[in-house]
Design a protein around this ligand. Structure first.
Ligand code: IMP
Length: 204
């Protein structure tokens, strides 16, 4: 049996690593992968994630760290896009309500901006871009999205971030009301990572 492909995630977030491991197991792509954090990332020169697009941020981050680290390095960028708000929160999703704000404060700000918006104006989607790089070269950049609507009040206690106000019509529930396995199948991150693994499997 061939050795699994080892991919290093350019993040120091263990939660994110666990999520990607779950996604890899449930991907349905017949490629053995082993995922690990890029150790000591906090001691390497930092990458400033301030590009205007998710793809640019993901690619920039992965390329930056792959110049400093041997092997396959991947990085992601994701967020919520509301076309009726000109694309906000977009690439600023994490700091939408300030650098130290909580998830509830971000949701509160979003619901405030959405006040008075009805019907199609409440459409929104999550986007995830993932870049796979090696020695300063991009091997693949994938992006995917999941469409939904912003509710007027939060519902559910699962998930994270904007999940309690992100209503997914196909299931009639918010992302905070569905089990993690179901979200992984449907989410922007799940879909983008499956794309990445299938493009990697066609390269090996
Ligand atoms: P990052 O890609 O980890 O930097 O995520 C950016 C921000 O987008 C997060 O802090 C969340 O606020 C938001 N976000 C990204 N993905 C999701 C999701 O699946 N559910 C809810 N919020 C998300």
């Amino acid at each position: 049996m061939p050795a699994p492909a080892k991919l290093f995630l350019a993040s120091s977030n263990r939660g994110k690593l666990s999520e990607y491991r779950m996604l890899a197991m449930a991907s349905g792509v017949s490629l053995a992968v082993e995922l690990a954090l890029l150790l000591g990332l906090d001691k390497l020169p930092e990458f400033e994630e301030n590009a205007p697009t998710f793809a640019e941020n993901a690619a920039g981050k992965a390329l930056h760290y792959s110049r400093l680290w041997d092997g396959l390095v991947f990085a992601d960028d994701s967020g919520l896009v509301v076309p009726a708000l000109g694309g906000a929160p977009g690439v600023h999703s994490a700091r939408y309500a300030g650098p130290r704000a909580t998830n509830s404060q971000r949701i509160e700000k979003l619901l405030g901006e959405m006040r008075g918006k009805t019907g199609a104006e409440r459409a929104a989607y999550f986007v995830c871009a993932i870049a796979l790089t090696e020695h300063g070269r991009a091997k693949a950049i994938v992006t995917d999205r999941v469409e939904g609507e912003i509710l007027e009040a939060p519902r559910g206690s699962g998930g994270f971030g904007y999940d309690p106000v992100f209503y997914f019509p196909a299931l009639g529930k918010t992302f905070a009301e569905i089990p993690a396995e179901e979200k992984n199948q449907r989410s922007h991150r799940g879909k983008a990572f499956r794309r990445l693994l299938s493009s990697l499997s066609s390269m090996l």
